[in-house]
Each structure stands twice: as C-alpha cells, then as structure tokens.
Design a protein around this ligand. Sequence first.
Ligand code: ADP
Length: 447
Amino acid sequence: MFSKILIANRGEIALRIQRACRELGIRTVAVHSTADTDAMYVRLADEAVCIGPPASRDSYLNVAAILSAATITGADAIHPGYGFLSENADFAETVEAHGITFIGPTAEHIRMMGDKITAKTTMKALGVPLVPGSDGALENLEQAREVAARVGYPVLIKAAAGGGGRGMKVAPTEADLEEAWSVARTEARAAFGNDEVYLEKYLDKPRHIELQIMADTHGNVVHYGERDCSLQRRHQKLLEEAGSPALTAKQRDEIGTIATSALTRLGYRNAGTLEFLYQDGQFCFIEMNTRLQVEHPVTEMVCDVDLVREQIRIAAGEPLGYSQPDITFSGHAIECRINAEDPQTFMPTPGTITVYHPPGGLGVRIDSALYAGYRVPPYYDSMIAKLIVRAPTRLEAIERMRRALDEFVIEGVRTVIPLHRKILEDPQFRKGDYTIHWLENFVARQQ
Ligand code: ADP
C-alpha cells in the first residue's frame, strides 16, 4: 500500500480524498494556489505545498509544479480528483514516467475516451448501444447533410474533444444545419484547439443515466448501478439520484452486464463512468468519464462502498476482493449540489462565509470544505458543498433532503439552496417524471 499520496485538486474533493487516505493509514500532501492557502483541505493535510498563483493554469494545471511537489515530499502516488488534470492523458503518463503511481486508468484509456469519436467507435465494437449518428468524424457539411437525412432531424453537432457542454449545437431542421456545423466547429476550435465534430440524432426527451464501474488489475470488473443525472442546467448537473426512478432492477442488470463485459474486454482499470441517454426503454452511450465523478457519493450511499478507497486499493495492485453478486443496493440516495450562485440568475457569488451550520441527523452526509470565515475565491468552480441523503425509499429521501436543506445555514454568500427546495416540492419531480430538459423549463417558470 502507498505510504503518501499527493492530491492534485482543491476544495471538497481534495478533502474527500484525504478522508479515504486517512482511513487507510496513508499520509497526504495537499497542493494549493495562493488563493487557497487558508482552505480546510490544506489545513487538514499532513503536508501542504503551494504550487502557484490563483489562475488554474498556473497552479492546479501546472504539471511541473505538481510533480516537483510530489518529488520533494516523497509521495508515491497522485490522486487527480475530478476536473483539472484528471482526464489529461499526458499528465498520467508523465506521473508514471517519474515513478509515481497515477490513481486512475492508463494514459491510453484516458486518451481513447477523451476523444468522443474514438470512445464511441470503441464502445460500438464492444457491443455497447449508441445514439444513432455519424460513424466517426464528419469530413464536410455535405456529409453532415447526408447523415442528418438518414437519422432524421433534429440533430446535434458535437465536438470530438467536447466537454462541459461546449462545442455542441442543435440543428432542429435542415435549414439550421450549416449554422450549427460552423458554430460548433468554431467553438470547439476555440475551446479545445480541435475542430473535429460528429453528428448525433438529437433525442427529444431522454434521461441522463450513468453507470459506475470499477475494474482492478486482476481482470475483475463490477458496476455499482446507475445514477440519474437528468436534472441539468446548461449541461451542468444540479441534483443526482441513485437509483434512477425510471429503471427497474432488471434493466440495471442488463445494461450493467453490457458495460462490465465491454470494459473487461477493453482491459480497463480503476474507476470509470459510462454515460447514456435513456429514452423509450433504450440506452444510448454518449461518453465515458475516466475518473471519479462529482456525484459519486449517491452511489456510495446505496452500495455502502467507499469508491475513493477502492480506487486507491486498485492503484496499489490489490484485487477488488468481491464480485458482482456481492454488490447490493439498499434504499435511495439524492445529492444536491450547493453552488455559490444566485438562485435566479446563476451568477457566481464569491465572498466570505459569515455563518456556517451544516445539517445532521440520520442518513445525512455533507461533502464540503467550508467553514465560517472561509472566503470563497472567485477563481474556481462555484460548487461549495454537496448535500447527500439516503433513506429507505425515494419519497423518504426527498423528505429527508427537504429537512436537511431547511437546517443548512450558509450566510455571507447566496447559494442555490432556495432552488433545490422548490425542485423537491414539485409534483412532477416527486413522481420521478423528468427528462434532461425538465430543469431548464422549471427554472424558466420560476423567473
Ligand atoms: P459534455 O462532455 O460536453 O458534457 P455530453 O456528450 O456528455 O457532453 O452531453 C452533455 C449533455 O448534453 C447530456 O447530458 C445531455 O443532456 C445532452 N446531450 C448530449 N447528446 C445528446 C443527444 N444526442 N440528444 C439530446 N441531448 C444530448
């Protein structure tokens, strides 16, 4: 087992990883920018190294500074968390070249899944169902027209290097295709330096359902069921559930078997998430994330597993030690992302937290690095906490979440807590009757 892990991240996830390390008896190294000197994850780590100024490119994306920090502290592994360098294949390769273990998949698999076209063709060959669309990159507008005519409008032009919903444009009809094509490519070139695009049929009422996978280095692959992440605004998830209110245990088993056998054949290792759009009883793979996800706690709550601990054990070469039939699902879990944003305009609201009282009680979990007096810096993602609850049934989980949100006191910055309260009261949400478009419409109705 490792003796010291460097956590190449910040905020709640840096603390989350630290907690898993501590329970495994592993020492931790926090790295931080000058804007995060006072952060809780820095204070609680065994060692801390400042890796640069506030801008992410100079600190949390600064590979040389992070590697130096790992070398001088004698860390034997690096956990990248999510975002930042977590899906950077070159980083994973460089870390390993320095004799340090990268806690995640191989650079080869990160690279493969980072290109969404390669990801789709690979998954197709492994028997995973896809959204109908182009077989690979589009050569030109003419070809886009042909594929669109074949799959039927509306269609979506998507960037091969896409992420965070950027480089993605809908063409409702043929008349819109040329513009969608050129806007998607321009956006993709600007955001990712790669203007390769592909086409998918635009599904009108899908749910976003993703499957959590874990693979060890001894050929064992399991899944921990699904998360329903359909509640999104501008392609950013806001509230997630495990399991999905739309799936039966049989459907979960079926897609789980397809996914685990695909990843077994691929020789994948460590944590991964297969994202699907689910409509009319059909699963359509859209992409795979080769890292831990923000919403991983809902899975942990229903499966009673520590996914970060599993990632670390696997990276250290340990076998999983259990197989699919050992994984059972108990109750229902919901996560609300608490962002420091205005609940109506969604403008970020950085500032000083004056009062902080997290909720408690049975089945309530907070993943956050907040404390009273903490200054939420303006440079990074606005998510400041995740509130997760588990209860025997979905409706009880909803009531528990409402109760926990009522107890949650965060003063000094505005947050999206009032919006979460409204969502949880909505009759359609309570019935589990929603698609990926539901939240945008709901937010529009509130304004
Ligand atoms: P990104 O990596 O930029 O997040 P994804 O491919 O994961 O891109 O898609 C992000 C979101 O966009 C999905 O969760 C879904 O809400 C929507 N989306 C993606 N593909 C389609 C599609 N073919 N039809 C309808 N909505 C889609």
